[in-house]
Design a protein around this ligand. Structure first.
Ligand code: FAD
Length: 287
């Protein structure tokens, strides 16, 4: 199918984009890589009156450090995330996750900003951003504000983004050197969204877990921060009893739909399996 009619705008700055979105009203939408938005328009599940293409705004591109933080511009593509030496060294879970998103064609176009702003629980990056305790920078006509990834997701396609606001960047304080990390994703084939997936980041001290953060993808209305599961693991050496308790706590926060990925009960169990596998890999990787 082809999309309905729309007007196309290509601003050169964030200020221009934000002003355009304010003028055009609630039927206008930012366009990033288009790999979620355009399919929605082609299926006529959405019909924005105007697309405000963020692709001409140089300030939204690139990966840099600022003090202790790494700043990733919203229009940085998944492909660029995979190719970044800085991220490979300091925040390797981003590369691992990006490589599990779709296929190379989608990753050449799809942006990190679009992935996290989309509000679709089947996107992989929201859970990773929660695990990293990332901060999203949002710009609107009233100026700039920052929202923690853990507070950003409100429901299916419902985020803390206000009308006309643009996500400009993601700010991440890299986990300490020697941390363990893993993103485990169950999918039926290459290019599929997750049946269930889990992100884990942890640190060890004297062989025991000193800190742990985890989140789950596509087993609820939003990505799910698995706070209790991690709390149960801190201070343990990942023994079988602690793993079982933490896995049960992770499964308990899920509420997946029964759909073409499988029945809800199966997806809940798979979230537990993905969590346990990510935990084991993160533990093994931690020094
Ligand atoms: P767009 O499609 O342009 O935008 C998505 C939404 O976010 C729109 O509502 C848009 O208005 C809004 N938006 C975009 N950028 C901003 C911004 N800076 N500020 C405010 N709002 C913004 N994703 C996964 O995570 N895992 C997968 O396994 C996966 N598989 C895929 C398979 C296929 C075949 C395809 C086509 C896509 C798949 N995707 C998957 C989705 C892909 O990662 C998208 O690129 C991503 O979801 C959206 O990024 P985008 O840059 O394309 O955003």
């Amino acid at each position: 199918m082809i999309p309905g009619p729309f007007a196309y705008h290509r601003p050169k700055s964030v200020q221009e984009a934000v002003a355009l979105l304010a003028d055009l009203g609630e039927d206008a939408r930012p366009l990033a890589g288009g790999h979620s938005l355009i399919p929605v328009m082609k299926l006529r599940l959405g019909a924005p009156s105007d697309l405000v293409d963020l692709g001409g705004i140089a300030d939204l591109k690139g990966i840099r450090t600022e003090g202790a933080e790494i700043i990733i511009g919203a229009m940085t593509t998944q492909h660029e995330i995979i190719g970044s030496d800085l991220l490979a060294q300091r925040v390797p879970i981003l590369r691992e996750t990006s490589l599990l998103i779709a296929d190379p064609q989608v990753r050449y176009m799809g942006t990190i900003g679009g992935n996290v702003a989309n509000g679709d629980p089947s996107n992989d990056m929201p859970a990773v951003m929660m695990t990293l305790d990332a901060t999203f920078v949002l710009a609107g006509t009233g100026g700039e504000r920052r929202v923690a990834a853990r507070d950003f997701y409100k429901g299916i396609y419902f985020t803390a983004l206000g009308p006309g606001e643009v996500l400009t960047a993601i700010r991440i304080t890299p986990p300490p050197a020697g941390h363990g990390y893993a993103y485990n994703k169950l999918k039926r084939k290459i290019g599929d969204y997750a049946t269930a997936a889990a992100a884990v980041i942890l640190t060890l001290e004297s062989g025991k877990i000193a800190s742990c953060a985890a989140a789950l993808s596509n087993v609820g209305d939003t990505a799910l921060f698995a706070e209790e599961a991690c709390r149960l693991l801190v201070g343990t050496a990942l023994d079988k009893v602690s793993i079982a308790k933490a896995r049960a706590a992770a499964e308990a926060i899920t509420s997946p739909a029964s759909d073409n990925h499988g029945p809800a009960e199966y997806r809940t169990k798979m979230a537990g399996v993905m969590f346990e596998r990510a935990l084991a890999r993160a533990f093994q990787r931690a020094q």
